[in-house]
Design a binder for this molecule. Structure first.
Ligand SMILES: [Ca+2]
Length: 238
């Protein structure tokens, strides 16, 4: 198991100190020590092209091991069908198969080139060579449904969201309609249940760089920022 762990996360875990993991640390540091109970955490990740998201998920699990956080959901953002499978591999490694998983299944997910570029630098390796309960997005809810289901079940103003990928799911969540999980629309549900969102900054929020699928979201960043910052505290971690 030790070698397994080394190979799975390996020396590249050094990257956990990079931006994505810092988002998790910011969240925990933001919560007063006297706050009741561990931080309830949703991780919105685009794990696949850069290993820092793997480090961030590992950090979150370590925080839960320490009693400082409870991961209530993890969603994948970029549409690569195997992306959530890689997340499941990580969660399985930490014996947390029960955590609700969701995947972006919108326009980009139906693009035949999804996952053909930079989105699969390690995902297939994790999915194909290590145990997990989920192998692809057909086995999970779409991320917005997953988030709505989980948020509806949490205490009011209790959930912290770590946005460490492109903002597809965050856009769709705030624009979601009432459904079987909640009579509230996305804006009202987020306002009621979420306490804090910490965004991984730069192009993810501000749209400064034009990369394949990010180009599809060219109008998103400013609108998204306005939607969320009007109703919630928001921290930006570069
Ligand atoms: Ca990321």
């Amino acid at each position: 198991m030790h070698l397994h762990r080394q190979r799975l996360l390996g020396g590249r875990l050094i990257a956990a100190v990079l931006a994505a993991a810092r988002v998790l640390v910011v969240i925990v540091l933001h919560v007063p020590p006297a706050a009741a109970g561990p931080v309830r955490l949703i991780i919105d990740t685009d794990a696949g092209f850069d290993v820092d998201d793997v480090g961030a998920v590992a950090v979150a699990n370590a925080l839960q091991d320490n009693g400082e956080a409870v991961i209530v959901a993890v969603g994948h953002t970029n549409g690569f069908i195997k992306g959530i499978g890689a997340v499941s591999t990580l969660m399985h490694f930490y014996n947390r198969d029960e955590v609700t998983l969701g995947a972006y299944k919108g326009v980009w997910a139906r693009n035949p080139t999804a996952g053909k570029g930079t989105a699969d630098r390690y995902v297939s390796d994790l999915v194909d060579h290590y145990p997990s309960t989920i192998k692809n997005s057909s086995q999970v809810l779409d991320a917005v449904s997953a988030y709505r289901k989980v948020l509806a079940a949490q205490p009011d103003h209790s959930v912290h969201i770590a946005s460490i990928g492109i903002t597809t799911n965050m856009r769709d969540l705030i624009q979601s309609k009432p459904d079987r999980y909640s009579p509230l629309d996305g804006r009202a549900l987020v306002k009621l249940k979420v306490k804090l969102i910490v965004w991984m900054d730069m192009m993810y929020v501000y749209g400064g760089v034009c990369m394949d699928y990010v180009c599809l979201l060219a109008v998103l960043p400013d609108k998204l920022k306005r939607f969320y910052t009007k109703i919630l505290p928001a921290l930006f971690a570069a």
